[in-house]
Design a protein around this ligand. Sequence first.
Ligand code: 8OZ
Length: 359
Amino acid sequence: MTTDLFSPVTLGSIALKNRMIMAPLTRNRAGEGGVPQDLNVTYYAQRATSGLIITEATPISAMAHGYPALPGIYTDAQVAGWKKVTDAVHAKGGKIVIQIWHVGRISHPSLLPNGALPVAPSAIQPAGQAFTYTGLQDYVTPRALDANELPAIVQDYVHATKCALAAGFDGVEIHAANGYLLDQFLRDGSNKRTDNYGGSFENRARLLLEVTKAVVGVVGADKVGIRLSPVNPFNDMTDSNPQALFNYVADALNQFNLAYLHVVEGGMGGKVQTFDFNELRKHFKNAYMANLAYDKARGNAAIASGHADCIAYGVPFLANPDLVERFRANAPLNEADGNSFYGGDAKGYTDYPFLGEQK
Ligand code: 8OZ
């Protein structure tokens, strides 16, 4: 039998019924206090036929927020809200991990406790504008974290991971991609530090490895994945030598025996540096999840060639709750409505039709 998108696979100890992963998607529809609500339960449960759902990026603390209406994973009420989500997904035979997130400099004082400045490896203002409750506002110059503040951030990841277990998740994905805090430490466009957390690859990867070790200590490596985006310029990111940096990171992550490495293989807009993702894949010894603009044919080809063990689909799962069935049947896909991606209600969230449903 050929191995394809519909073949089962086990990532670490997470057994999946197929290799079509729902990618993390920010949707800005959480309730008051960052608590997932019934609408969110419906949305995730609708997509439980995917092999694995990765939740939207979820802040690990009040200082980790950078957009309106995000769900959190650090209060009891948030845990209770997420428990309804995981119960509903499990009741439908699905698996779900939570993507744990600190935005670093991609935030705004109006989104942070007491109007605090966002924090970052270095005090470098990113180009671009924050989505705030009062519209778009320029990003500000963040405050550079002192090295003695980093253990508390690692502890925030530990606390969030304990909350994730209490909420019934099958594992966690550490968000180290797309220009947020851990990626800001990795890439040298945003990290100009001269201490043990800046300069060499070893130093720039130090915080990610400390966070990974701490999270693994809570849930076990076989339930931990990591997302990287070596050349995504999104959020004003650059690096002087991404191939060597991320080959190093993949090698260093091998010490943990993680469930999977999830890679955004390109950019979400902007100029993308040259990068050989197959070379990166060869550096990582466990399961590899590929993401970005895959369709059915490219997904199957990546699995057949051994490049990837599974494929994460974002927009296709957003617009097609039954994407697995549609791929199986070679059925047409619903068009995604970009206007309802971020924020709003059921429209463009839970009302995409299933195959055979009239809308
Ligand atoms: C798009 C809009 C807001 C957030 C990411 C969490 O890129 C995001 C995100 C994407 O990982």
